[in-house]
Write a protein of this length. Structure first.
Length: 300
């Protein structure tokens, strides 16, 4: 079994077809098709069910895909470790960061890191948390920004912990005082982020513990748009305190969410047991130096 055939199969699944996979691996479509057919012949089972121009994984294909991701990730770890052994002066830092909070927490680190390690190339991808975990497990990135807690497949270094704030139209009857609970908000439509944002799960899990499922009026991936929806009276939204305070709006009232287990706890996560290059370890150390004081708990 050759790594090139595994890579070809993985890309066909990931890209959704042979043509797109060929572009991803810089090969021709016949070459990719031949590699997948070679893998199927070697294993003695069909891996893809070809339906017109689409290809769906068979049950055997799902097993091979999962195992192939792990094998290819180990191969990347091997190359990275050998590069470190050779003492390369250049390297690559591969980061996956979420749209929410990255501009505040991670953007300032980039300039410092770049000035300290000018030879290191930084490759950045932005996805929701579910997609981030997939590409992290595949070994395509070194770190992902994600909310704690994370599964046992990952190790984590805390970056920042913030309480959530409820954003309500300033004239709303419940927009009084400094704090508010989910029970007070149960009858109000919720404005959530798009699917894939880890903050949604924090909020919805807390609602479930309170015994209700909120009426979701709208979803968006844009913070400013969500704030404007609140100002227009569409419902209540939730943001980490540091982000809410940056989005002050004359028609929006911010109240601290008085609810257990709803803190926004951002961390850098990586595959458990993965080899971390010098570039990756330097990023972790810088994040620890800059954010260490704010990582362990929310301010009162």
């Amino acid at each position: 079994m050759e790594l090139r055939t595994l890579r070809a199969f993985v890309e066909v699944v990931r890209q959704g077809g042979f043509s797109q996979a060929a572009k991803a691996v810089f090969a021709t479509q016949p070459t990719v098709s031949k590699a997948v057919k070679q893998l199927e012949d070697e294993l003695g089972v069909p891996l893809l069910d070809r339906i017109g121009h689409r290809s769906e994984m068979t049950a055997a294909g799902e097993i091979v895909y999962r195992r192939a991701l792990a094998i290819l990730a180990e191969r990347d770890d091997l190359i990275a470790e050998l590069d470190e052994l050779r003492g390369l002066k250049r390297g690559v830092l591969r980061l996956g960061l979420p749209p929410l909070g990255s501009s505040t927490l991670f953007a300032p680190l980039f300039a410092v890191y770049r000035s300290r390690y000018p030879g290191i190339e930084i490759r950045l991808v932005e996805h929701g948390s579910k997609r981030q975990e997939e590409i992290l497990l595949a070994g395509e990135i070194d770190f992902a920004g994600s909310l704690l807690p994370v599964s046992d497949e990952f190790e984590a270094q805390a970056v920042r912990r913030e309480p959530l704030m409820a954003l309500l139209p300033s004239g709303h009857p419940v927009a009084k005082g400094r704090k508010i609970s989910l029970a007070d908000l149960a009858h109000i439509p919720f404005i959530l982020f798009e699917s894939g944002f880890a903050l949604n799960k924090v909020i919805l899990d807390a609602c479930e513990r309170r015994g209700f499922a909120p009426d979701v009026a709208a979803r968006s991936g844009q913070i400013d748009f969500i704030v404007e929806l609140v100002a227009a009276g569409l419902g209540v939204a939730f943001l980490p305190r540091m982000i809410a305070e940056q989005r002050a709006h004359p028609s929006v009232r911010r109240l601290l969410l008085d609810e257990p287990e709803t803190d926004w706890h951002m961390a850098l996560v990586w595959r458990r047991g993965a080899y971390l290059s010098h570039a990756a370890r330097a990023w972790l150390a810088l994040a620890r130096d800059v954010h260490g004081k704010a990582a362990s708990g929310a301010a009162s």
